[in-house]
Design a protein. Structure first.
Length: 294
């Protein structure tokens, strides 16, 4: 890894941008955290400083040429220049080719190709020598317009590098959308390597990164908490779901304890409501919900 310097990372509010910003912070870089949402940029900047880096947040709409220029101006004022740029251009379209609307196509091109053009052009005009990595839409987005964008980004970076030798540009293609920093670590490691001295001879390349499957997140909520969060749900309903097995993990059948009680909850096995204290002291039930992380 080269000596610490200054790197601009776009789209830091979430996903790959956030993970990459944290990665540069861990190796001691000053990180310019750029995002359309300045509050999200500020949050990531604070996280970068927590892991050992220095960071500043800036608001930028990468589809606007003026915003890109203003971002470079601010970096010049604060740091005197940049060593590298990571542009996260991972927007993908879920429409099939025939169903793609003109508006969706324009937004896709603006967020990926047009934004990369603005940053590449500004970088070649303003920086004496630097590197740039563009994170492209994931390979799992197989619609024709997404393939067009990935190919266009690779050719755009290659052409700029050939015309302006002082800017070394490469493209990283993740195999799937972003998940969380630990499971997206291969993308972060690849970007850090492409920005290092070890990769000084690598330019104009399209690097595909195979990522592991994202994790499933199991969230545990007490019934009273879930009822408080959703006024359509009664706590007693949630507790009944848990004991009956009607929740997400239930089988819809009564468990042994429930089958051994009458409608008032009295124990039928020994014929009395106080037959066994352990049933009166059962722990408060919890309900689990499964979902995918973002």
């Amino acid at each position: 890894m080269s000596l610490p310097g200054v790197v601009l990372v776009t789209g830091v509010g979430q996903g790959f941008g956030r993970a990459i910003a944290l990665g540069w912070g861990r190796v001691g870089y000053d990180v310019v955290c750029a995002d359309r949402d300045v509050a999200m940029a500020s949050k990531t900047a604070a996280e970068v400083e927590e892991v050992g880096g220095q960071a500043i947040p800036i608001q930028i709409d990468v589809t606007l040429q003026l915003d890109v220029r203003n971002a470079f101006d601010k970096v010049d004022q604060l740091f005197g220049g940049l060593d590298g740029i990571v542009h996260v251009a991972t927007r993908a379209s879920g429409a099939t080719g025939p169903d793609l609307t003109d508006g969706e196509f324009s937004e896709l091109v603006d967020d990926t190709l047009r934004s990369s053009q603005w940053i590449l052009r500004t970088a070649t005009r303003r920086l004496e020598r630097a590197w740039m990595v563009v994170v492209a839409p994931p390979a799992s987005a197989t619609a024709p317009q997404n393939a067009m964008v990935r190919g266009g980004l690779a050719r755009l970076c290659r052409a700029y590098g050939q015309m302006h030798g002082r800017l070394r540009a490469n493209v990283v293609v993740p195999s799937r959308p972003a998940s969380d920093p630990p499971h997206d670590a291969r993308v972060v490691d690849t970007v850090l390597w492409l920005g290092s001295e070890a990769a000084s001879g690598v330019a104009g390349q399209e690097v595909t990164v195979d990522l592991p499957k994202p994790p499933r997140v199991i969230e545990t909520l007490l019934p009273e908490i879930q009822a408080a969060l959703d006024d359509r749900v009664r706590q007693s309903d949630l507790e009944a779901d848990v004991w009956r097995g009607d929740g997400p993990e239930g089988d819809g059948e009564l468990d042994e304890d429930e089958a051994s009680t009458d409608e008032d909850g009295d124990d039928l096995r020994d014929g009395g409501e106080d037959a066994d204290a352990e049933y009166d002291e059962a722990p408060s039930p919890r309900r689990r919900f499964a979902g995918r992380s973002t």
